[in-house]
Design a binder for this molecule. Structure first.
Ligand code: HEC
Length: 147
């Protein structure tokens, strides 16, 4: 009988040790996964911020003023006017055709640098390889506000 009681006591102790170990392990898993989750969330937040920053291409008033001044200094006005078609399309027509967004800023910046024809007719725009892309972009940003 005494032997039996000792055996049961022993088994209970062993059981408790295993359970304690399991609970500790479970707890550790919860702690690790919740910290992994918060790291994940922090990275996701950073990513969101980066995307938001990229997605707001709105030019500042200073950019637009500079764009206007750069157009006046460059050769643009020998082929373009604000509201009449000359050799190239009126800037108002360009602004009507293209909404103000990042894609159009980039595409038109490339077009002014490379030159080319086919969108408004057969006459080609001269290339502007010496124009700094940043300046060119400001001109394009300004043109797309002329409505
Ligand atoms: C030699 C004449 C000429 C000059 C100089 C010129 N352009 Fe143009 N531009 C054109 C012509 C022609 C087109 C139409 C091209 C086409 O049909 O694809 C055009 C088109 C454009 C367009 C619209 C492009 C498109 O694909 O819809 C923009 C924007 C533009 N010009 C900006 C400028 C800027 C900024 C300058 C000065 C840095 C400039 N242009 C100088 C003749 C000129």
């Amino acid at each position: 009988m005494r032997q039996k009681i000792l055996e049961i006591k022993h088994k209970t102790e062993a059981y408790n040790t295993i359970m304690n170990h399991k609970i500790t392990t479970l707890f550790t898993v919860i702690v690790i996964s919740s910290s992994a989750l918060s790291t994940h969330n922090a990275i996701a937040n950073m990513h969101d911020k980066a995307v938001t920053k990229k997605a707001s291409p709105k030019p500042t008033a200073v950019d637009l003023d500079q764009g206007k001044a750069l157009i006046a200094k460059s050769d643009c006005l020998s082929c373009h006017r604000l509201d009449i078609k000359l050799v190239g399309p009126a800037y108002k027509d360009v602004a009507d055709k293209y909404p103000q967004n990042k894609y159009n800023y980039n595409a038109l910046t490339q077009k002014v640098i490379a030159g080319g024809s086919g969108v408004w007719g057969q006459v080609a725009m001269a290339a502007h390889p010496n124009l700094a892309a940043a300046d060119d972009k400001k001109m394009v940003e300004y043109i797309l506000t002329v409505k």
